[in-house]
Design a protein around this ligand. Sequence first.
Ligand code: NGQ
Ligand code: ZN
Length: 457
Amino acid sequence: MSIRLFASRALLPTGWSRDVTVDVADDGTIATVTPDSRRDAAEDAGGPLVPAMPNLHSHAFQRGVAGRTGLAGADGEDSFWTWRRAMYMFLERLDPEGSEAIAAQAYVEMAKAGYGTVAEFHYVHHDATGRPYADRAEMSKRILAAARTAGMPLTLLPVYYAHGGFNAVPPLAAQRRFVMTTDEFAALLAALAPLARADGAALGVAPHSLRAVTPDELDRVITAAPPGAPVHMHVAEQTQEVEECVAWCGKRPVEWLLARESVDARWCLVHATHMLERETRALAASGAVAGLAPTTEADLGDGTFPGVVYAASGGRWGVGSDSNAIVDPFVELRQLEYSQRLFWRRRNLMQHAPHESLGTAMWQSAARAGAQACGRRTGAIEAGAHADLVVLDEDDPALAGHTDTLLDAAIFGPCRRPVRHTMLAGRWVVRDGRHRDEDAVLSAYRHAMARMGGGPA
Ligand code: NGQ
Ligand code: ZN
């Protein structure tokens, strides 16, 4: 059944508009958007309408280690690499059922938080001994199932992972669940294509990182991808990785990638934290998206993304919940802006037009680029796009009295819960802050965590 929504305020591609009627077609896309309209028989949206935020980078299973990596080591040497060890330890126990339960919980939380598509960077393919499941797509199917349960539109990014470091160093024992040949990867993609299509999910590829993939393998993985499909890759997240890359090939990771691959609008370079100014400008000019995960990058001690130079050069960027220790697009945007303020000792940095609302500009930029990275028409309230919509909660005191600065208040104000309702692919999945299936999903999550024994230790 088609839906006609009326919102007295809605954020359209041109900015905040008044009295907007949005017609949602049966197929879950937006048929028409009419500003300055009369409400007539339309359903009241229940608050200001903004496009849901595409989540361009998630490892859903890591939701299971959130809050369990805060135990300091005796030597004071905690780092990204010790966090990774703890995260890998959880993989010793993660089974398909548990993986689905955790992903469903994470995706429900995403819908409640205002995310509207998830790009799942999925690399745990095999069983805990490293043997492929009887069905090699078992773990990918669990991600598809979790997304269906949560009603969360999905861009599935099967990961190719083969090595433990530059120079084709053999993978660590802890990485045995990730590894396959490029032929096996192509077969997995072929098996997933009809399943993704049946679910309305997009399919892309994710060569994990220059640490895990040789140049030759990278070419083969990209060739195996469907034409035009998104290509996501972790790059330059840690300084150690940059140093090892220079030792390996004489170039820095982003520099190498831009020189060797035709990096364009299909690409999402995840993190891209450590870039020199010329790399920053060149990446911005490529049309690729920088896939930022500000709270995860802070959590893991990665460093500061050169956001000011990148944005001033016209670079496209979006946000992702990555490790899912925090699942909240408003918090990601605040963390990104704050990281720049701490570095530059200035304010209101991640926007280019003077006198523009920073919150509005950041939401629009991240939504547009996030949609590009997810390979899905979303992130904008316009005809032809999927109806992935968020209704802000005007009952939150932080939003009281705001109109054009609603998103500034939601991102930078003392907001507890900015999201009231979420519509995904034309269906209400969150109403008054509650997801339609949150009780069943949480109960399955609790059981799975109890059975698998919680976090890493
Ligand atoms: C991952 N995650 O693949 O889950 C990575 C860590 C790595 C983040 N960097 C592992 N957040 O890069 O080797
Ligand atoms: Zn990642």
